[in-house]
Design a protein around this ligand. Structure first.
Ligand SMILES: Cc1cc2nc3c(=O)[nH]c(=O)nc-3n(C[C@H](O)[C@H](O)[C@H](O)COP(=O)(O)OP(=O)(O)OC[C@H]3O[C@@H](n4cnc5c(N)ncnc54)[C@H](O)[C@@H]3O)c2cc1C
Length: 401
Protein backbone atom coordinates (compact mmCIF):
# COMPACT_ATOMS: atom_id res chain seq x y z
CA UNK A 1 0.00 0.00 0.00
CA UNK A 2 1.42 3.36 -1.04
CA UNK A 3 0.78 6.82 0.37
CA UNK A 4 0.48 9.73 -2.05
CA UNK A 5 0.50 13.23 -0.56
CA UNK A 6 -0.65 16.14 -2.70
CA UNK A 7 0.26 19.58 -1.38
CA UNK A 8 -2.20 22.18 -2.72
CA UNK A 9 -5.80 21.52 -3.67
CA UNK A 10 -6.61 23.82 -6.57
CA UNK A 11 -6.16 23.32 -10.36
CA UNK A 12 -3.01 21.17 -10.38
CA UNK A 13 -3.54 19.57 -6.95
CA UNK A 14 -7.15 18.55 -7.52
CA UNK A 15 -6.40 17.09 -10.96
CA UNK A 16 -3.34 15.20 -9.64
CA UNK A 17 -5.21 13.65 -6.70
CA UNK A 18 -8.35 12.71 -8.65
CA UNK A 19 -6.41 11.32 -11.60
CA UNK A 20 -4.15 9.26 -9.33
CA UNK A 21 -7.26 7.72 -7.82
CA UNK A 22 -8.93 7.22 -11.22
CA UNK A 23 -5.89 5.42 -12.64
CA UNK A 24 -5.39 3.34 -9.48
CA UNK A 25 -9.05 2.48 -8.95
CA UNK A 26 -10.37 1.80 -5.44
CA UNK A 27 -7.21 0.22 -4.03
CA UNK A 28 -5.94 0.47 -0.45
CA UNK A 29 -3.43 3.08 -1.56
CA UNK A 30 -3.86 6.22 0.50
CA UNK A 31 -4.15 9.62 -1.19
CA UNK A 32 -4.07 12.72 1.02
CA UNK A 33 -4.57 16.29 -0.19
CA UNK A 34 -3.17 18.94 2.12
CA UNK A 35 -4.27 22.49 1.42
CA UNK A 36 -4.10 25.63 3.49
CA UNK A 37 -7.60 26.61 2.32
CA UNK A 38 -10.80 24.51 2.39
CA UNK A 39 -12.10 25.64 -1.00
CA UNK A 40 -11.42 25.16 -4.67
CA UNK A 41 -11.30 28.60 -6.31
CA UNK A 42 -11.74 29.34 -9.99
CA UNK A 43 -8.94 31.93 -9.98
CA UNK A 44 -9.52 33.29 -13.54
CA UNK A 45 -12.90 34.77 -12.50
CA UNK A 46 -11.32 36.90 -9.77
CA UNK A 47 -10.91 39.66 -12.38
CA UNK A 48 -14.70 40.15 -12.22
CA UNK A 49 -14.95 40.38 -8.42
CA UNK A 50 -13.88 44.06 -8.11
CA UNK A 51 -16.72 45.04 -10.45
CA UNK A 52 -19.37 42.99 -8.58
CA UNK A 53 -19.84 40.71 -11.57
CA UNK A 54 -18.95 37.79 -9.31
CA UNK A 55 -19.03 37.13 -5.58
CA UNK A 56 -16.39 34.80 -4.14
CA UNK A 57 -19.01 32.16 -3.33
CA UNK A 58 -20.01 32.05 -7.03
CA UNK A 59 -16.55 30.82 -8.01
CA UNK A 60 -15.53 28.51 -5.16
CA UNK A 61 -16.73 25.37 -3.39
CA UNK A 62 -15.50 23.17 -0.49
CA UNK A 63 -13.10 20.60 -1.86
CA UNK A 64 -13.23 17.98 0.93
CA UNK A 65 -16.59 16.38 -0.06
CA UNK A 66 -15.45 16.00 -3.70
CA UNK A 67 -12.25 14.29 -2.62
CA UNK A 68 -13.90 12.11 0.00
CA UNK A 69 -16.40 10.86 -2.59
CA UNK A 70 -13.43 9.57 -4.55
CA UNK A 71 -11.70 7.95 -1.57
CA UNK A 72 -9.21 10.77 -1.04
CA UNK A 73 -8.52 12.31 2.38
CA UNK A 74 -8.44 16.07 2.83
CA UNK A 75 -6.42 17.92 5.47
CA UNK A 76 -6.66 21.67 5.89
CA UNK A 77 -3.11 22.60 6.87
CA UNK A 78 -0.18 24.71 5.78
CA UNK A 79 2.80 22.77 4.46
CA UNK A 80 5.87 24.34 6.06
CA UNK A 81 8.79 22.17 4.92
CA UNK A 82 9.48 19.10 2.83
CA UNK A 83 12.24 16.64 3.61
CA UNK A 84 12.84 14.86 0.29
CA UNK A 85 15.36 12.38 1.72
CA UNK A 86 13.13 11.28 4.62
CA UNK A 87 9.98 11.62 2.44
CA UNK A 88 8.08 13.72 4.95
CA UNK A 89 5.96 16.86 4.60
CA UNK A 90 5.91 18.98 7.73
CA UNK A 91 2.75 21.02 8.26
CA UNK A 92 1.32 23.23 10.98
CA UNK A 93 -0.94 20.29 11.82
CA UNK A 94 1.53 17.44 11.94
CA UNK A 95 3.89 15.51 9.70
CA UNK A 96 2.89 13.36 6.72
CA UNK A 97 5.12 10.59 5.37
CA UNK A 98 4.78 9.81 1.69
CA UNK A 99 5.87 7.36 -0.95
CA UNK A 100 4.98 9.89 -3.64
CA UNK A 101 4.52 13.62 -3.24
CA UNK A 102 2.94 16.16 -5.60
CA UNK A 103 3.85 19.81 -5.10
CA UNK A 104 0.94 21.85 -6.46
CA UNK A 105 1.23 24.93 -4.29
CA UNK A 106 0.88 27.64 -6.94
CA UNK A 107 2.48 31.06 -6.71
CA UNK A 108 3.67 33.30 -3.93
CA UNK A 109 3.59 36.98 -4.84
CA UNK A 110 6.85 38.88 -5.12
CA UNK A 111 6.42 42.48 -3.97
CA UNK A 112 10.15 43.23 -3.84
CA UNK A 113 9.87 46.21 -6.23
CA UNK A 114 9.57 49.05 -3.69
CA UNK A 115 6.07 50.43 -3.32
CA UNK A 116 4.27 47.65 -5.21
CA UNK A 117 1.52 45.52 -3.69
CA UNK A 118 -1.51 46.13 -1.52
CA UNK A 119 0.01 45.39 1.90
CA UNK A 120 3.37 47.10 1.90
CA UNK A 121 2.89 49.31 -1.16
CA UNK A 122 0.41 51.47 -3.00
CA UNK A 123 -0.92 49.32 -5.84
CA UNK A 124 -3.81 46.88 -5.91
CA UNK A 125 -3.76 43.21 -6.93
CA UNK A 126 -6.62 41.03 -8.08
CA UNK A 127 -5.32 37.45 -7.96
CA UNK A 128 -6.38 36.31 -4.46
CA UNK A 129 -9.81 36.56 -2.79
CA UNK A 130 -8.84 39.16 -0.13
CA UNK A 131 -6.94 41.23 -2.71
CA UNK A 132 -9.83 41.12 -5.18
CA UNK A 133 -12.21 42.35 -2.43
CA UNK A 134 -9.77 45.11 -1.50
CA UNK A 135 -9.54 46.10 -5.17
CA UNK A 136 -13.35 46.29 -5.24
CA UNK A 137 -13.26 48.86 -2.40
CA UNK A 138 -10.45 50.81 -4.08
CA UNK A 139 -12.32 50.81 -7.41
CA UNK A 140 -15.52 52.08 -5.79
CA UNK A 141 -13.62 54.88 -4.02
CA UNK A 142 -11.94 55.72 -7.33
CA UNK A 143 -15.28 55.96 -9.14
CA UNK A 144 -16.33 58.58 -6.56
CA UNK A 145 -13.04 60.47 -7.00
CA UNK A 146 -11.66 59.67 -10.48
CA UNK A 147 -8.17 60.65 -11.62
CA UNK A 148 -5.33 59.06 -13.56
CA UNK A 149 -5.09 55.26 -13.46
CA UNK A 150 -2.23 52.90 -14.30
CA UNK A 151 -2.89 49.22 -14.92
CA UNK A 152 -0.23 46.72 -15.89
CA UNK A 153 2.42 44.22 -14.96
CA UNK A 154 5.83 44.63 -13.34
CA UNK A 155 9.06 43.35 -14.83
CA UNK A 156 9.30 39.58 -14.40
CA UNK A 157 5.51 39.14 -14.22
CA UNK A 158 4.28 35.95 -15.87
CA UNK A 159 0.53 36.47 -15.74
CA UNK A 160 0.25 39.43 -18.09
CA UNK A 161 -2.90 38.13 -19.81
CA UNK A 162 -4.83 38.55 -16.56
CA UNK A 163 -3.59 42.15 -16.28
CA UNK A 164 -4.87 42.84 -19.83
CA UNK A 165 -8.21 41.36 -18.81
CA UNK A 166 -8.37 43.56 -15.75
CA UNK A 167 -7.50 46.63 -17.87
CA UNK A 168 -10.35 46.07 -20.30
CA UNK A 169 -12.85 45.27 -17.55
CA UNK A 170 -11.73 48.36 -15.62
CA UNK A 171 -12.26 50.51 -18.72
CA UNK A 172 -15.65 48.95 -19.40
CA UNK A 173 -16.85 49.57 -15.84
CA UNK A 174 -15.57 53.16 -15.77
CA UNK A 175 -17.86 53.70 -18.75
CA UNK A 176 -20.75 52.00 -17.00
CA UNK A 177 -20.26 54.30 -14.00
CA UNK A 178 -20.17 57.30 -16.35
CA UNK A 179 -16.68 58.49 -15.33
CA UNK A 180 -14.50 57.21 -18.18
CA UNK A 181 -13.99 60.73 -19.58
CA UNK A 182 -12.47 61.82 -16.24
CA UNK A 183 -9.80 59.07 -16.24
CA UNK A 184 -6.47 59.21 -18.04
CA UNK A 185 -5.72 55.52 -18.44
CA UNK A 186 -2.22 54.08 -18.96
CA UNK A 187 -1.20 50.46 -19.56
CA UNK A 188 2.36 49.52 -18.57
CA UNK A 189 3.93 46.22 -19.49
CA UNK A 190 7.39 44.66 -19.53
CA UNK A 191 6.52 43.01 -22.86
CA UNK A 192 8.71 44.09 -25.79
CA UNK A 193 5.53 44.53 -27.82
CA UNK A 194 1.80 44.37 -27.09
CA UNK A 195 0.44 40.82 -27.15
CA UNK A 196 3.75 39.09 -26.37
CA UNK A 197 1.98 37.61 -23.30
CA UNK A 198 5.19 35.95 -22.08
CA UNK A 199 4.89 33.32 -24.80
CA UNK A 200 6.59 35.16 -27.65
CA UNK A 201 3.42 36.65 -29.16
CA UNK A 202 0.87 35.49 -31.72
CA UNK A 203 0.25 36.43 -35.34
CA UNK A 204 -1.86 39.63 -35.47
CA UNK A 205 -2.04 39.97 -31.64
CA UNK A 206 0.13 43.09 -31.56
CA UNK A 207 -1.88 44.92 -34.25
CA UNK A 208 -5.18 43.85 -32.70
CA UNK A 209 -4.24 45.07 -29.23
CA UNK A 210 -2.70 48.29 -30.57
CA UNK A 211 -5.90 49.17 -32.42
CA UNK A 212 -8.04 48.20 -29.45
CA UNK A 213 -6.04 50.34 -27.01
CA UNK A 214 -6.10 53.31 -29.40
CA UNK A 215 -9.84 52.90 -29.86
CA UNK A 216 -10.31 52.96 -26.07
CA UNK A 217 -7.91 55.92 -25.63
CA UNK A 218 -5.54 53.91 -23.45
CA UNK A 219 -1.89 54.91 -23.60
CA UNK A 220 0.51 51.93 -23.69
CA UNK A 221 4.10 51.81 -22.41
CA UNK A 222 5.95 48.65 -23.48
CA UNK A 223 9.38 47.60 -22.14
CA UNK A 224 8.28 49.27 -18.90
CA UNK A 225 10.53 48.62 -15.94
CA UNK A 226 9.47 49.99 -12.57
CA UNK A 227 12.07 51.57 -10.33
CA UNK A 228 9.69 52.19 -7.45
CA UNK A 229 6.16 53.27 -6.66
CA UNK A 230 5.37 56.32 -4.53
CA UNK A 231 1.91 56.74 -2.95
CA UNK A 232 0.59 58.51 -6.06
CA UNK A 233 3.22 57.97 -8.74
CA UNK A 234 4.88 55.06 -10.53
CA UNK A 235 8.50 55.82 -11.37
CA UNK A 236 9.98 53.87 -14.29
CA UNK A 237 13.71 53.20 -14.63
CA UNK A 238 13.55 55.37 -17.77
CA UNK A 239 12.83 58.29 -15.43
CA UNK A 240 9.22 58.63 -16.60
CA UNK A 241 6.74 59.32 -13.80
CA UNK A 242 3.17 58.09 -14.07
CA UNK A 243 0.78 59.70 -11.58
CA UNK A 244 -2.14 57.57 -10.43
CA UNK A 245 -5.17 57.68 -8.20
CA UNK A 246 -5.73 53.95 -8.85
CA UNK A 247 -3.26 51.30 -9.92
CA UNK A 248 -3.44 47.52 -10.28
CA UNK A 249 -0.16 45.77 -11.06
CA UNK A 250 0.50 42.08 -11.65
CA UNK A 251 3.71 41.11 -9.77
CA UNK A 252 6.24 38.37 -10.57
CA UNK A 253 5.48 35.01 -9.00
CA UNK A 254 7.83 32.93 -6.84
CA UNK A 255 7.44 29.40 -5.56
CA UNK A 256 5.84 29.05 -2.11
CA UNK A 257 7.86 29.31 1.11
CA UNK A 258 7.37 25.57 1.70
CA UNK A 259 9.58 24.93 -1.36
CA UNK A 260 12.01 27.78 -0.76
CA UNK A 261 12.57 26.56 2.79
CA UNK A 262 13.22 22.95 1.75
CA UNK A 263 16.87 22.74 0.65
CA UNK A 264 17.51 20.89 -2.59
CA UNK A 265 13.91 21.05 -3.79
CA UNK A 266 13.49 24.28 -5.73
CA UNK A 267 15.56 26.75 -7.72
CA UNK A 268 16.54 30.19 -6.44
CA UNK A 269 12.96 31.46 -6.91
CA UNK A 270 11.39 28.42 -5.30
CA UNK A 271 10.14 26.77 -8.49
CA UNK A 272 10.55 23.01 -8.82
CA UNK A 273 12.71 21.74 -11.70
CA UNK A 274 10.87 18.86 -13.35
CA UNK A 275 11.43 16.41 -16.20
CA UNK A 276 8.82 15.92 -18.93
CA UNK A 277 7.13 13.34 -16.68
CA UNK A 278 6.71 16.10 -14.02
CA UNK A 279 9.11 14.23 -11.72
CA UNK A 280 11.62 16.24 -9.74
CA UNK A 281 14.95 16.09 -11.54
CA UNK A 282 16.74 14.77 -8.46
CA UNK A 283 13.94 13.06 -6.50
CA UNK A 284 11.85 10.94 -8.90
CA UNK A 285 9.28 10.12 -6.18
CA UNK A 286 8.45 13.84 -5.97
CA UNK A 287 6.30 15.42 -8.68
CA UNK A 288 5.23 19.01 -9.26
CA UNK A 289 2.53 20.57 -11.44
CA UNK A 290 0.99 23.96 -12.18
CA UNK A 291 2.57 27.25 -11.24
CA UNK A 292 4.94 25.42 -8.84
CA UNK A 293 7.12 24.10 -11.70
CA UNK A 294 10.12 25.87 -13.17
CA UNK A 295 9.63 26.98 -16.79
CA UNK A 296 12.58 29.06 -17.99
CA UNK A 297 11.54 31.59 -20.69
CA UNK A 298 12.66 30.31 -24.12
CA UNK A 299 13.27 33.89 -25.27
CA UNK A 300 15.13 36.97 -24.14
CA UNK A 301 13.50 40.38 -23.86
CA UNK A 302 14.98 43.80 -23.01
CA UNK A 303 12.92 43.80 -19.78
CA UNK A 304 12.29 40.49 -17.97
CA UNK A 305 8.98 38.77 -18.82
CA UNK A 306 7.90 35.50 -17.17
CA UNK A 307 6.18 32.55 -18.86
CA UNK A 308 2.47 32.26 -17.93
CA UNK A 309 1.66 28.94 -16.28
CA UNK A 310 -2.07 29.03 -16.88
CA UNK A 311 -4.96 26.83 -15.80
CA UNK A 312 -5.07 24.53 -18.83
CA UNK A 313 -1.43 23.34 -18.54
CA UNK A 314 -1.87 23.09 -14.74
CA UNK A 315 -4.81 20.72 -15.27
CA UNK A 316 -3.00 18.80 -18.03
CA UNK A 317 0.14 18.41 -15.90
CA UNK A 318 -2.04 17.19 -13.01
CA UNK A 319 -3.49 14.51 -15.30
CA UNK A 320 0.01 13.40 -16.35
CA UNK A 321 1.15 13.29 -12.72
CA UNK A 322 -1.84 11.16 -11.68
CA UNK A 323 -1.25 8.68 -14.49
CA UNK A 324 2.48 8.45 -13.77
CA UNK A 325 2.11 7.95 -10.03
CA UNK A 326 -0.41 5.16 -10.65
CA UNK A 327 2.08 3.54 -13.05
CA UNK A 328 4.87 3.73 -10.48
CA UNK A 329 2.69 2.27 -7.72
CA UNK A 330 1.93 -0.64 -10.04
CA UNK A 331 5.66 -1.00 -10.76
CA UNK A 332 5.02 -0.12 -14.39
CA UNK A 333 7.93 1.94 -15.68
CA UNK A 334 6.12 3.30 -18.78
CA UNK A 335 5.71 6.90 -17.73
CA UNK A 336 3.95 9.49 -19.86
CA UNK A 337 5.91 12.53 -21.02
CA UNK A 338 4.02 15.75 -21.62
CA UNK A 339 6.51 18.63 -21.86
CA UNK A 340 5.03 21.94 -20.72
CA UNK A 341 6.09 23.77 -23.89
CA UNK A 342 4.31 21.20 -26.10
CA UNK A 343 0.94 21.40 -24.33
CA UNK A 344 -1.53 23.17 -26.65
CA UNK A 345 -2.21 26.83 -25.90
CA UNK A 346 -5.86 27.44 -25.09
CA UNK A 347 -7.04 30.59 -23.38
CA UNK A 348 -10.06 32.84 -23.47
CA UNK A 349 -9.18 36.46 -22.73
CA UNK A 350 -12.01 38.61 -21.47
CA UNK A 351 -11.93 42.19 -22.68
CA UNK A 352 -14.83 43.69 -20.77
CA UNK A 353 -17.93 42.15 -22.35
CA UNK A 354 -15.88 41.25 -25.40
CA UNK A 355 -13.32 38.48 -25.66
CA UNK A 356 -10.66 36.88 -27.79
CA UNK A 357 -9.89 33.18 -27.96
CA UNK A 358 -6.21 32.30 -28.13
CA UNK A 359 -5.35 28.89 -29.60
CA UNK A 360 -2.05 27.31 -30.54
CA UNK A 361 -0.87 23.77 -31.11
CA UNK A 362 1.95 24.42 -28.60
CA UNK A 363 2.12 26.85 -25.70
CA UNK A 364 5.65 27.90 -26.52
CA UNK A 365 7.28 28.14 -29.95
CA UNK A 366 8.06 26.77 -32.44
CA UNK A 367 4.36 26.39 -33.36
CA UNK A 368 2.75 25.08 -36.51
CA UNK A 369 -0.57 26.72 -35.74
CA UNK A 370 -1.61 29.71 -33.64
CA UNK A 371 -4.41 32.22 -33.85
CA UNK A 372 -6.12 34.92 -31.85
CA UNK A 373 -9.82 35.06 -32.72
CA UNK A 374 -12.30 37.73 -31.52
CA UNK A 375 -15.52 36.07 -30.33
CA UNK A 376 -18.60 37.63 -31.97
CA UNK A 377 -20.71 36.35 -29.00
CA UNK A 378 -19.56 39.07 -26.54
CA UNK A 379 -17.72 37.32 -23.67
CA UNK A 380 -19.90 34.23 -23.42
CA UNK A 381 -16.94 31.89 -24.01
CA UNK A 382 -15.16 32.63 -20.75
CA UNK A 383 -18.40 32.70 -18.77
CA UNK A 384 -19.41 29.31 -20.16
CA UNK A 385 -15.95 27.92 -19.54
CA UNK A 386 -16.12 29.04 -15.90
CA UNK A 387 -19.46 27.24 -15.44
CA UNK A 388 -18.13 24.12 -17.17
CA UNK A 389 -14.91 23.99 -15.16
CA UNK A 390 -16.71 24.51 -11.83
CA UNK A 391 -19.22 21.77 -12.73
CA UNK A 392 -16.44 19.38 -13.76
CA UNK A 393 -14.39 20.08 -10.61
CA UNK A 394 -17.36 19.96 -8.24
CA UNK A 395 -18.17 16.49 -9.54
CA UNK A 396 -14.60 15.27 -9.65
CA UNK A 397 -14.75 14.56 -13.42
CA UNK A 398 -11.01 14.99 -13.72
CA UNK A 399 -10.67 13.00 -16.95
CA UNK A 400 -12.67 15.60 -18.90
CA UNK A 401 -10.69 18.25 -20.80
C1 LIG B 1 -6.08 37.10 -11.75
C2 LIG B 1 -5.72 35.84 -12.47
C3 LIG B 1 -6.41 35.51 -13.63
C4 LIG B 1 -6.10 34.36 -14.34
N1 LIG B 1 -6.79 34.07 -15.47
C5 LIG B 1 -6.52 32.91 -16.13
C6 LIG B 1 -7.26 32.55 -17.29
O1 LIG B 1 -8.12 33.31 -17.76
N2 LIG B 1 -7.00 31.36 -17.87
C7 LIG B 1 -6.06 30.52 -17.38
O2 LIG B 1 -5.86 29.44 -17.92
N3 LIG B 1 -5.33 30.82 -16.28
C8 LIG B 1 -5.55 32.00 -15.65
N4 LIG B 1 -4.84 32.31 -14.53
C9 LIG B 1 -3.82 31.37 -14.06
C10 LIG B 1 -4.45 30.24 -13.23
O3 LIG B 1 -5.19 30.79 -12.19
C11 LIG B 1 -3.33 29.36 -12.71
O4 LIG B 1 -2.70 28.76 -13.81
C12 LIG B 1 -3.84 28.25 -11.80
O5 LIG B 1 -4.50 28.80 -10.68
C13 LIG B 1 -2.64 27.42 -11.37
O6 LIG B 1 -3.08 26.35 -10.61
P1 LIG B 1 -2.16 25.77 -9.44
O7 LIG B 1 -2.92 24.64 -8.88
O8 LIG B 1 -0.79 25.57 -9.92
O9 LIG B 1 -2.06 26.95 -8.37
P2 LIG B 1 -3.22 27.61 -7.51
O10 LIG B 1 -4.48 27.64 -8.27
O11 LIG B 1 -2.66 28.91 -7.02
O12 LIG B 1 -3.40 26.63 -6.28
C14 LIG B 1 -2.42 26.42 -5.32
C15 LIG B 1 -3.12 25.94 -4.05
O13 LIG B 1 -2.14 25.52 -3.11
C16 LIG B 1 -2.44 26.08 -1.84
N5 LIG B 1 -1.17 26.22 -1.11
C17 LIG B 1 -0.16 27.07 -1.38
N6 LIG B 1 0.85 26.90 -0.53
C18 LIG B 1 0.47 25.93 0.32
C19 LIG B 1 1.10 25.31 1.42
N7 LIG B 1 2.31 25.68 1.83
N8 LIG B 1 0.44 24.34 2.08
C20 LIG B 1 -0.82 23.96 1.69
N9 LIG B 1 -1.46 24.53 0.63
C21 LIG B 1 -0.82 25.49 -0.05
C22 LIG B 1 -3.07 27.42 -2.18
O14 LIG B 1 -3.82 27.94 -1.10
C23 LIG B 1 -3.93 27.04 -3.38
O15 LIG B 1 -5.18 26.54 -2.97
C24 LIG B 1 -5.09 33.49 -13.84
C25 LIG B 1 -4.39 33.83 -12.68
C26 LIG B 1 -4.70 34.99 -12.01
C27 LIG B 1 -3.93 35.34 -10.76
Amino acid sequence: MATVVVLGGNFAGLASALETRRHLGRTDDRIVVISRVPDFLFVPSLIWVPFRERELEDISFPVAPVLEKHGIEFVEALGTRIDPEASVVHTDRGDYEFDYLVIATGPQLDWSIPGTGPESGHTEYVGTPPHAMRTREAFERFVDHPGPAVIGATQGAGCIGAAYEFLFNFEYHLNRHGVRDRVELTWITPEPFLGHFGIGGFPHAEGLLKRFLEHLHIRAVVNAEIDHVDPDEIVLTSGERLPFAFSMLMPPFMGQAVVRESPGLGNARGFVPVADTYQHRRYPHIFAAGVAIDVPPPFTTPVAVGVPKTGYPADEAGKTVGENIAHLIRADARLRERPFARIPGLCVMDAGHKEVVIVANHLLGPRQFSAIIPNPMYDEGKRLFEKYFLWKSRNGYSALP
